[in-house]
Design a protein around this ligand. Structure first.
Ligand code: ADP
Ligand code: MG
Length: 93
């Protein structure tokens, strides 16, 4: 099987140093797949998507083992590097 286009491993997001709104989720999206994230209002869908591009509000703290776009672990990228990646690679895969 091909490598995933996007892989999220052990993602958690907390707000204001306490309220955990995403709790240790992992998923991978493979080429040609349609991925659907379903949950009731307030369950963390938008926060999960914003985490991938690291576009979370300032009061959010993200923790993850890896968030990899085509095997490039974005966790290790600086904000400057992410600016170049957003809208170019993310938007095209
Ligand atoms: N800026 C914020 N500060 C504090 N809590 C927030 C903030 N943004 C979202 N939340 C909380 O995070 C949780 C997940 O929100 P969200 O990802 O927007 O849900 P969904 O997209 O599934 O409706 C909710 O409980 C929401 O109240
Ligand atoms: Mg939403």
């Amino acid at each position: 099987m091909n490598n995933p286009l996007l892989s999220v491993e052990n993602l958690s997001v907390t707000f204001n140093h306490q309220q955990r709104v995403v709790d240790d989720i992992s998923f991978a999206i493979y080429p040609g797949e349609t991925f659907v994230l379903i949950g009731e209002s307030g369950s963390g869908k938008s926060i999960t998507a914003l985490s991938v591009l690291r576009l979370l509000p300032n009061n959010a703290r993200l923790k993850a083992s890896a968030i990899s776009l085509q095997d490039d672990n974005l966790i290790k990228r600086s904000e400057f590097e992410l600016c170049k990646i957003r809208g170019r690679r993310d938007a095209s895969v």
